[in-house]
Design a protein around this ligand. Structure first.
Ligand code: OTD
Ligand code: ZN
Ligand code: ZN
Length: 346
């Protein structure tokens, strides 16, 4: 038997949704995580400080009894976002980051940015106050192959934005390529990158070989095996620039299992068990704490949690529900396709 105890982990990229879905999925995160950066891609999106405050209240109201969990709020960047509103929301402590979605890149991103010159004032204000920009890094040009969209974004959008806005602190969200890993490593400490649990486990064959697997379809889509291996090496390296953002993104089963299924893997329930498995496979269990508990707070300039989480390996396979029944409908829990012997002692 092996046991490890970590400072309680945080999730630096999470979709909690709203209403009955929020109530249904929130306990899956609060069971293991102390804090999460909450994505603002609601319909309509969370754009202003006032909207973020109202959303935060709804999350706090939905918390399971006794849960010690702090939602870290984000604002959805639009071409009309007011730099003064962003600065005030950051100064009050309410908002911890601003999220950049290129318009059309992923779920509920149509209010995102088309013309990056229009957000220059906001980005300059953020650089001045040290507020991180979380970036969905994919171009939306229909001429660019979906498997190349991250690499092209880095070269044609991300790097130019960072050069034009010195000091802007950026998180490359959910990197899925060796190109993303290499770019993050080549830059100074104003740049960090989150990595999801599922991108450490899936390559594109898992989605497509032997029948299409809608619960493995997410954005950015999983890439070739050599990219997955680069992500695993980065996540397990202990390097401070890489940390966990699950991108756990619930959709009810009927919206995943249909002719035009939604993107998103729901990993809130079993992420920590899966990560223990992956880090052990890589011979890097000692770096799980850096990835899941220490590097994120360091970048976001927050304290590491004092509470802890213990993970234990036994000879019995871990068990989690195949689906979470929410008031909005059933949500399928990510199935890695192999047995996992790590258990979280809640
Ligand atoms: N990816 N699904 C969603 C968001 C993300 O790009 C993302 O952050 C979602 O459903 O909100 C997904 O596959
Ligand atoms: Zn994204
Ligand atoms: Zn996301």
């Amino acid at each position: 038997m092996t046991r490890i105890t970590l400072p309680r982990p945080d999730d630096w990229h999470l979709h909690l949704r709203d209403g009955a879905m929020l109530t249904g999925v929130l306990p899956e995160t609060t069971r293991h995580f102390a804090r999460a950066i909450v994505m603002p891609n609601l319909v309509p999106p969370v754009v202003t400080g006032a909207e973020a405050a109202a959303y935060r209240d709804r999350i706090l109201t939905a918390l399971p009894a006794g849960a010690a969990f702090e939602p870290l709020m984000t604002l959805y960047l639009t071409e009309t976002t007011d730099p003064a509103d962003v600065a005030a929301a950051a100064a009050s402590g309410l908002v911890k980051a601003v999220k950049l979605y290129p318009a059309g890149a992923t779920t509920n991103s149509h209010s995102g940015v088309r013309d990056f010159d229009k957000v220059r004032g906001v980005l300059e204000k953020m650089a001045e106050i040290g507020l991180p920009l979380c970036v969905h890094g994919e171009v939306v040009d229909p001429a660019i192959d979906i498997f190349d969209r991250e690499a092209v974004f880095i070269e044609t959008v991300l790097d130019p934005i960072r050069r034009a806005t010195p000091g802007l602190r950026v998180v490359m969200e959910h990197i899925t390529t060796k190109d993303g890993v290499d770019y993050a490593r080549s830059q100074d400490d104003t740049l960090a990158a989150t990595i999801t649990t599922h991108h450490l486990i899936l390559n594109r064959n898992h989605i497509l070989v032997g029948g299409i697997k809608p619960h493995y379809y997410c954005l950015p889509v999983a890439k070739r095996e050599h990219h997955r291996l680069a992500l695993r090496a980065a996540a397990t390296s202990g390097e401070t620039r890489f940390f966990l953002g699950t991108d756990s993104a619930p959709h009810v089963d009927p919206l995943k299992e249909c002719a035009c299924g939604c993107a998103g893997c729901f990993t809130a329930t079993n992420t920590m068990q899966l990560l223990a498995h992956v880090f052990e496979e890589e011979g890097r269990l000692a770096n799980l704490s850096a990835f899941a508990s220490e590097n994120g707070p360091r970048f976001y300039r927050l304290p590491v949690n004092t509470a802890t989480l213990t993970l234990e390996k036994t000879t019995t396979a871990a068990h989690w529900p195949a689906k979470i029944e929410t008031g909005a409908g059933p949500v399928t829990v990510f199935d890695p396709g192999f047995p996992v012997f790590w258990h979280a002692i809640d």
